[in-house]
Design a protein around this ligand. Structure first.
Ligand SMILES: [Mn+2]
Length: 338
């Protein structure tokens, strides 16, 4: 993490140099002194967005003092379709600027910052082209953060990242319930060890999650229903049941256990999330998933990720904004955790 610290320090120094190049008269009239500059004071919706929602950055291995740690995971070598999710974390951070102005966010009606301390730990640093080492580095980094008592919210990257993240959460919390939003079940047996469609075939076999306590929501691609151990609330079922009933069924399935929530952005219809590698028509709307998530208030969600945002296929930041909004709602759920 030393490198992350250096990178951000470098960024801030660069701005300092830029500011230092401004004539003294400007500095004298607009600022009391150059030493007072703190990027945390920038409340604009577009500038200095190094941390999610403007959260302070932490280069500490355990993230310092906070309830929630954000971690970017710019890995996309597990992708079977179109690549590009390595740029997901920075796009989500940038889009989060749109959400900074609302203090008592609708419909929660209170300010997140009054109830939750958040740090952004930057993006994971790992050797490119080495998936095995990447998985280990992510696991170790996540474990440090979780062991320090923080809830971890990771931004992918492709969906493979959930497997090392589940291993780290399991090491601290034991076997988990999985709440999984996706167009695909990601339980395919025919993919490789680091494939973004195989994590939930492997995770139960490693004892990380209990399919009998787990639900998959928004599915609309093939799976073997006869052999499938997870509760599937597919896209048709969601529309049939309505949001509240979906939330209730997930809650029943989890039955008070500790849960990990993973949100593949392709759960949303391509109209709401075009910027993703393997889009599937006929998905859920942003409003539908927001209502389902709000219906999970009080569920003990110990860790979360939002994955598969691929900005190169996005338009007008539609997908990145959806991901940033879902992440913000998940932070509200952290406030409401039992
Ligand atoms: Mn997926």
């Amino acid at each position: 993490m030393g490198n992350v610290c250096q990178r951000y320090a470098w960024t801030i120094r660069l701005q300092w140099r830029h500011i230092s190049a401004v004539p003294n008269s400007f500095i004298d009239t607009r600022m009391s002194s150059v030493a007072d500059i703190d990027i945390q004071d920038d409340v604009s919706l577009y500038a200095n967005l190094f941390g999610f929602l403007g959260a302070p950055l932490s280069s500490d291995a355990t993230g310092g003092e906070a309830d929630v740690a954000i971690l970017g995971v710019p890995y996309d070598l597990g992708t079977t379709g179109r690549a590009g999710t390595r740029s997901g974390p920075s796009a989500i951070r940038q889009a989060s600027g749109n959400l900074r102005w609302e203090e008592a966010r609708w419909p929660w009606r209170y300010a997140l910052a009054d109830h939750l301390k958040m740090v952004d730990c930057g993006d994971l640093i790992f050797p490119p082209g080495d998936s095995a080492t990447f998985a280990q580095v992510l696991h170790d980094r996540a474990l440090d953060l979780i062991r320090s008592g923080k809830a971890l919210m990771s931004f992918g990257g492709d969906h493979f990242i959930s497997l090392p993240l589940l291993r780290a959460h399991h090491a601290v919390h034991g076997e988990l319930a999985l709440i999984h939003f996706d167009a695909h079940t990601d339980t395919y047996q025919n993919g490789g060890e680091f494939d973004h469609g195989t994590m939930f075939y492997r995770a139960p076999r490693e004892g990380l999650i209990d399919p009998a306590a787990s639900a998959q929501i928004g599915i609309r691609t093939e799976y073997d229903a006869d052999q499938h151990e997870f509760l599937v609330l597919d896209a048709d079922k969601v529309h049939q049941l309505g949001c509240q009933s979906v939330s209730d069924r997930v809650r029943e399935r989890v039955a008070g256990r500790k849960a990990y929530l993973t949100f593949d952005i392709d759960c949303l219809d391509p109209a709401y999330a075009p910027g993703t590698g393997t889009p599937v028509a006929g998905g859920l709307s942003s409003n539908t998933v927001l209502q389902i998530l709000r219906g999970l208030k009080g569920v003990d969600i110990v860790g979360m990720d939002i994955v598969e945002v691929a900005p190169s296929y996005d338009h007008a930041e539609i997908t990145a904004l959806a991901a940033a909004t879902l992440a913000t709602e998940l932070l509200y759920l952290q406030v409401e955790r039992p």
